[in-house]
Design a binder for this molecule. Structure first.
Ligand SMILES: C[S@@+](CC[C@H](N)C(=O)[O-])C[C@H]1O[C@@H](n2cnc3c(N)ncnc32)[C@H](O)[C@@H]1O
Length: 196
C-alpha cells in the first residue's frame, strides 16, 4: 500500500446543470478509487502506456488514476453517453490531467494495458465486455472490475479464469443494500495455468 495519499479529483459539475444526466460519483466510484490508491505503488511500477476506463461517467476514476500514474500514459475513457464524454473532458481540465474521452460502445477497437469497468446494472454490459478483456489485456496488464453480489462475481472469476486470468479480491464495502466489491485480474503465469 502506498504511503502517499492522493486527493479525490474535483467533480462538482457531474450530475448537475448540463451534466445532470451523467452518473454522479457514488459509493462504487469511491470504492474503485480507494482500490486504485491502495495499489498506487504497483500501478506506478507497472508504468502503463495505455489505460482504459469503460463507462467513465464523470471521469473521476480516470482523473484519479492519472494523478497516481502520471502523464506518461494515454487515458482512454469510453462511454455511450456523449454528455459523459463532455463531463470527463471537464473533469480532466478541472484536475489538470489529460484524459481522452471516446463516445463508443464498450471499447471500440483499442489495445489496452490496464483496464477497468464498473457494473451496477446486472451483467448485460459486463458479459459483453468480458471476452474482450482476455483479448486486449497486455501480459503485465491489470483489469479492475466493480461488482455487486447480484453480478455473481464468483461466476465472473470462473469465466475469466477459463480465459487465462487470475482474480485477486481488492476491496469490499456495504453501500445501502448492496455489497460492492472491486476485483482485480492479471494474466495467470504459464506455469500455474499448466498446473491447474
Ligand atoms: C455506474 S456509471 C460508472 C461511472 C464511473 N466509472 C464511476 O465509477 O463513477 C456507468 C457508466 O457506464 C456507461 N455505459 C453503460 N453502458 C456502456 C457501454 N456499453 N459502453 C460504454 N459505456 C457504457 C454509462 O453511460 C455510465 O456513464
Amino acid at each position: 500500500m502506498s504511503s502517499l495519499s492522493y486527493p479525490t479529483p474535483l467533480y462538482a459539475h457531474a450530475g448537475r446543470g448540463r451534466f445532470e444526466d451523467v452518473y454522479e460519483p457514488a459509493e462504487d466510484s469511491f470504492l474503485f478509487i480507494d482500490a486504485l490508491e491502495r495499489d498506487a505503488d504497483e500501478l506506478q511500477g507497472l508504468s502503463p502506456s495505455v489505460c482504459l476506463e469503460v463507462g467513465s461517467g464523470s471521469g473521476v476514476v480516470s482523473a484519479f488514476l492519472a494523478s497516481v500514474v502520471g502523464s506518461s500514459a494515454l487515458y482512454l475513457c469510453t462511454d455511450v453517453n456523449s454528455l459523459a464524454a463532455s463531463c470527463t473532458a471537464t473533469t480532466a481540465t478541472c484536475n489538470n490531467v489529460a484524459l481522452q474521452p471516446v463516445i463508443t460502445d464498450l471499447v471500440g477497437r483499442s489495445g489496452i494495458e490496464a483496464a477497468w469497468a464498473g457494473g451496477r446494472r446486472g451483467r448485460e454490459v459486463i458479459d459483453r465486455f468480458l471476452p474482450m478483456v482476455t483479448q486486449l489485456l497486455s501480459n503485465q496488464g491489470l483489469f479492475y472490475l466493480v461488482t455487486i453480489v447480484e453480478n455473481c462475481p464468483e461466476e465472473i472469476i470462473r469465466l475469466l479464469g477459463e480465459g487465462g486470468l487470475t482474480a485477486v479480491p481488492c476491496l469490499s464495502r456495504r453501500a445501502h443494500n448492496e455489497r460492492l466489491s472491486v476485483l482485480r485480474f492479471h494474466r495467470t503465469p504459464p506455469s500455474r495455468a499448466l498446473a491447474s
